[in-house]
Design a binder for this molecule. Structure first.
Ligand code: FAD
Length: 457
């Protein structure tokens, strides 16, 4: 069996950045497993610009952004096995070594030993089946990402007369892309009273092309038996139930669905990693380590990101932490700072003190990443990423150590479609008693301004 220090599952932007950071931290035996024929992940189909503004201070296309990381990984001599899919990861029992089973058409089924594993499998789109839209099952219904691949990589047009359900970033980008390719996009319908996408994408992809955004609307019927012939859109009430009498028929041959992304977590679940009900990604500590020692997670498999720059930043941190973990395993004299897996039990769940202090998401906050902090292991400043539950204007993000407020950050506007972050300084733990929980909440006001924003005024 081949043995590596770190095996990274997924060669998208997260996997590449993690590998580069681990290599630069002094680890040599690194392997990336990527199931597609090229590295770069979903970026390969994102031929629009707007990538890399934070990382490179340049506006790049998705493939250009990915290419910079691919070249860097190549120049560092990092091994990347393409067309190789990881199908199982068995968490080590007697020793902290995990076994990755992968399959490829050239090597068949292979087993690889890994002292540390970084999960970087990205996410997938929520399908029609998850929505229960009534109607037949005609041709012409695509997820927005599938349509993006067909148009940008395979050279096919999915249709000419289009309605898009869901106003997340991929839906917005595809509204513009289909228009540029000569299709007529009749509307983007969004069930929520606000868009799930970035403001800049609403302006650049819909407003600039005169495409209407119908907030608080959904598809209530798909017409056509062999091919989509149209959809009925209805307005919904505050409980997201269609309002009778508001139905409107939109003739179209194509319905694109952009109704959410779900972390690709079959492997994580299979190996016994505890997942967060809010993100569907692993629960991780300040080192982006899951509750299985030596198994780290980053990128969209951890939580869905809106900007790839944050994916790269987070993944670099995961790579550095995995490298530290591997170095400490080799350093017997220093003792192992991470909990070991007992041969007697199938898997050792760290106790809560080993796990760290839990972060709780309260009023207005949906989740935080990380979910646990071990203060003694955090850097001088730790970035906490989170999403909010609703649109709020003029609010404050509050961090409390139990009931004591230790930090507040004012935000002019926050929305569920945009990931937020706040930095926690280690010195906070020196200045205050160590808390049982670190509570994150929003101080909000639901004023007229907020309502106007939600309703697009
Ligand atoms: C359609 C779309 C449009 C986007 N547009 C923008 C944009 O305009 N600007 C921006 O900043 N961000 C954009 N993003 C977000 C950004 O591209 C993602 O945040 C980023 O690609 C996530 O990186 P990742 O490595 O976590 O996942 P991915 O890019 O999805 O990479 C995951 C990789 O893992 C591989 N993999 C999965 N499972 C296995 C397995 N079992 N074995 C081996 N390999 C596996 C996959 O093949 C894939 O290559 C977009 C995202 C999507 C989905």
């Amino acid at each position: 069996m081949q043995t590596y220090d770190i095996v990274i599952i997924g060669g998208g932007p997260a996997g590449l950045a993690a590998a580069i950071a681990a290599k630069e931290s002094g680890i040599d035996r690194i392997l990336i497993l990527e199931r597609s024929e090229r590295a770069g992940g979903i970026l390969n189909q994102c031929i629009h610009n707007g990538f890399g503004l934070h990382t490179f201070h340049e506006e790049l296309t998705g493939p250009e952004y990915a290419d910079r990381f691919i070249r860097q990984a190549e120049s560092l001599g990092i091994e990347c096995r393409l067309r190789t899919m990881a199908v199982d990861i068995a968490a080590g029992e007697a020793a902290p070594v995990h076994t990755v089973t992968a399959v490829s058409s050239t090597d068949g089924l292979v087993q690889i030993c890994a002292r540390s594993v970084i999960l970087a499998m990205g996410c997938r789109e929520r399908p029609r089946g998850a929505l229960n839209i009534p109607g037949f099952r005609p041709a012409g219904i695509f997820s927005a990402g599938t349509a993006q691949r067909l148009v940008n990589m395979d050279g096919y047009m999915p249709g000419r007369e289009v309605v898009i359900l869901g106003s997340g970033d991929i839906g917005l980008i595809m509204a513009r892309r289909m228009t540029l390719e000569g299709a007529k996009v009749h509307a983007v319908a969004e069930i929520m009273p606000y868009s799930g996408g970035l403001k800049r994408n609403i302006v650049q992809c819909l407003d600039d092309y005169g495409i209407p955004l119908l907030l608080s609307h959904t598809v209530t019927w798909i017409h056509g038996k062999d091919r989509v012939e149209g959809v009925t859109l209805s307005q919904v009430d505050e409980n997201r139930r269609p309002i009778p009498g508001t139905e409107q028929f939109y003739p179209c041959d194509t319905l694109l669905l952009s109704v959410g992304l779900i972390p690709e977590n079959e492997l994580s679940r299979g190996m016994g990693v505890t997942l967060s009900p809010a993100t569907s990604g692993p629960l991780v500590n300040e080192s982006l380590e899951t509750d299985i020692p030596g198994v780290f997670a980053c990128g969209n498999v951890l939580h869905v990101h809106d900007l790839v720059d944050y994916v790269s930043e987070e993944a670099s941190a995961a790579g550095r932490h995995a490298a530290d973990y591997v170095k400490h395993l080799g350093d017997k004299s220093a003792g192992t700072p991470f909990p070991m897996i007992s041969p007697a039990s199938k898997r050792r769940i760290p106790s809560s003190s080993e796990r760290g202090i839990p972060l709780t998401a309260e009023h207005g906050i949906r989740y935080t990443v990380p979910a646990f902090i071990r203060p003694e292991r955090m850097p001088s400043k730790l970035t906490i990423r989170f999403r909010v539950t609703d649109v709020y204007r003029n609010c404050r993000v509050c961090v409390c150590f139990d009931d004591i407020p230790v930090k507040k950050k004012a935000r002019r506007i926050v929305a569920p479609g945009e990931m937020e972050e706040i930095r926690l300084e280690r010195e906070l733990f020196e200045r205050h008693p160590v808390p049982k929980t670190i509570r994150f909440s929003l101080e909000t006001q639901n004023d007229e301004d907020t309502q106007d924003f939600k309703e697009g005024r």
